[in-house]
Design a protein. Structure first.
Lengths: 198, 174
């Protein structure tokens, strides 16, 4: 669902200093202290932007807009954060949720229903608002970014982030079987594209 | 965390080298520009809901106060005839954000437009598109209830309603 999920990812790497200092920053930000929240942003921007960029295919300005949205949502939701999981885990889930929400919204467009490869290929090498290319440095990253959106999301969540099919299915609003089928499709496409450029 | 390929996601789907390369993609990737100024601007423009900042013990007291206020308002409404809104319109709760109010207004406009277009039955091949758009609108409304200040969600709701209306118009005028 679209709600902010707070359960933990058991293998989520913690930010090195995710101890008492982080806890007091989170508490201060929850009370409304912007400086504390800025410190949290500085600590976690890379991680949040990283997972969003992987999910949306490293689309420069789009990933940045969603990163901004994720932090705004985190600010709004922080007063309800009860330290039931690490802050970094909670924020990571919120970032994934924000990216998937956008994916679902794109899926609702009639022209996106086919999840067509053509649409996604358009994204490769496109430019962001600042005119920078979003070209990825590695072939694998380029190949992952070139996958159809839903297949890419499932592959990133399963093979990169280490989620279970049940979690992916719940977040993407699909059956567990569909998540498995999308993963199979994504892996086949990925191998084909990597072999084609070998 | 998944244990990888323990079920019908076969192990031979993915070579080990590729599996590890994929896992290695899980790393930080800082945005090209500093996004903080934009974030600060937005969170200053959208103050948090006061109710969320209150400690838990206040919740029952606040709920009781809200009930009293609501009953009082209904009483005033009934005694004073029609309220400030149109007939049948509920007064907006003070805790509702501007985004939520906009979403409610948008929903009313959408419903009015749908009534105007009429209850035409879509052809079978378009039914999945209608269902998907309706499902998305419901999901976005649900998300808005949890994130009442998200302008991104509001924009998504607007786009979803616009697409749903466009599709309904296409069917109605075909």
């Amino acid at each position: 669902m679209l709600t902010v999920v707070t359960e933990s990812l058991t293998d989520a790497p913690a930010v090195p200093d995710d101890g008492s200092e982080e806890r007091s920053l989170v508490a201060a930000a929850a009370r409304g202290e912007m400086q504390a929240f800025e410190a949290l942003y500085r600590r976690h921007a890379g991680r949040v932007h990283g997972v969003i960029a992987r999910l949306v295919g490293s689309h420069g300005a789009r990933a940045e807009d969603l990163t901004q949205e994720a932090f705004v949502r985190a600010w709004q939701a922080l007063p309800a954060f009860r330290f039931e999981s690490a802050f970094s885990t909670w924020l990571h889930r919120l970032a994934v949720n924000t990216a998937l929400m956008e994916l679902r919204s794109r899926r609702s467009r009639p022209q996106d229903e086919g999840d067509s490869d053509e649409e996604v290929f358009e994204l490769i090498g496109s430019t962001d608002s600042a005119g920078h290319t979003t070209a990825l440095s590695m072939d694998l990253e380029r190949a992952v970014a070139s996958l159809p959106p839903r297949a890419r999301a499932v592959l990133v969540l399963y093979d990169v982030e280490g989620w279970k099919h049940e979690e992916i299915a719940a977040e993407l609003g699909m059956a567990v079987g569909s998540s498995k089928a999308q993963l199979h499709r994504a892996r086949n496409l990925l191998r084909d594209r990597l072999e084609a450029h070998a | 965390m998944n244990t990888h390929d323990t079920d019908d996601t076969r192990r031979d789907d993915l070579p080990d080298a590729l599996r590890w390369q994929l896992r290695a993609m899980r790393r930080d990737d800082a945005p090209d520009r500093d996004l903080w100024s934009g974030i600060a601007e937005r969170i200053q423009a959208q103050p948090r809901q006061l109710a969320r900042q209150r400690p838990r013990w206040i919740a029952p007291v606040a709920m009781a106060a809200t009930l009293v206020l609501a009953i009082g308002t209904i009483g005033l409404w009934r005694s004073g005839g029609e309220g400030p809104g149109s007939p049948g319109t509920q007064p907006a709760a003070q805790s509702e954000s501007l985004v939520q109010l906009e979403a409610q207004g948008m929903r009313r406009q959408y419903q009015a437009a749908m009534i105007e277009i009429g209850p035409g039955r879509p052809p079978a091949e378009l039914q999945p598109a209608f269902d998907e758009l309706d499902r998305n609108a419901a999901l976005i409304l649900d998300a808005l209830a949890h994130n009442p200040d998200s302008r991104l969600l509001l924009e998504q709701l607007r786009r979803t309603y616009a697409r749903r209306l466009a599709l309904a118009q296409r069917v109605a005028y075909a």
